[in-house]
Ligand binder design. Structure first.
Ligand code: TYD
Length: 207
């Protein structure tokens, strides 16, 4: 889908910070770009997000989790993404279907095929024009962060899970080389931001 860009990466890569800087830059430049995130991003979708990430929901079934992410995605598409794209705006979304492919499909082990099928129903033709992957190994990410945040159900699952997620992204990138733009995020924050902008300029999203 033209003008629809997603950003992906493992925990601790600095995705949220980089997206915030990018948003400030677009505001200063007067560029009409909608920044949003998953899971959540709109009222109903944020309610679903709270259920998914609640650390008390330890017994949540993996498939239930996958459906909740897909449900949140459907609502967020309806409330935010589709209206913005229909108005000709660019949408940059922090996480999208690739997160489900790697976290639920490969991390939780539900299988990529099943999660791809589920998300085909959820998003239809709304696949991103391209996807930026901020590349930092979980080893380096955990070093940066000083360990996982135990108050978040997904972040609390530990290193092995995050390694599966990282390797999952690498597999998706190998299988979809034209859709992914890989950015090395191991340098300074400024270096990563510069690389991010360079990709968005090259792809015609930023001027
Ligand atoms: P969040 O605090 O937004 O994490 P981050 O800053 O890393 O994006 O929490 C989102 C969590 O949900 C994150 O651990 C990744 C996970 N997730 C999935 O497992 N599947 C999905 O489809 C999505 C969108 C996110």
């Amino acid at each position: 889908m033209r003008n629809f860009v997603t950003i992906e990466g493992c925990e601790g890569v600095g995705k949220t910070y980089q997206t915030k800087l990018l948003k400030q830059y677009c505001l200063e430049k007067g560029l009409d770009v909608v920044f949003t995130r998953e899971p959540g991003g709109s009222d109903i979708a944020e309610q679903i997000r709270r259920i998914i990430l609640d650390a008390d929901n330890k017994d949540m079934d993996d498939l239930c989790e996958a459906f909740l992410y897909a449900a949140s995605r459907i609502q967020h598409l309806k409330d935010i993404v589709k209206p913005a794209l229909a108005q000709g705006k660019t949408v940059i979304c922090d996480r999208y279907v690739d997160s489900s492919y790697v976290y639920q499909g490969l991390g939780r082990g539900l299988g990529l095929d099943k999660i791809v099928r589920l998300n085909e129903i959820a998003v239809g033709e709304y696949m991103p024009e391209f996807t930026i992957f901020l590349d930092l190994s979980p080893e380096n990410a955990f070093k940066r962060k000083g360990g996982a945040d135990q108050s978040d159900r997904i972040e609390a699952v530990g290193y092995d899970f995050h390694l599966k997620v990282y390797n999952g992204y690498k597999r998706l990138i190998a299988e979809n080389p034209d859709r992914f733009e890989v950015i090395d995020a191991s340098g300074t924050k400024e270096q990563t931001q510069a690389k991010l902008r360079e990709v968005l300029v090259r792809r015609g999203v930023l001027k």
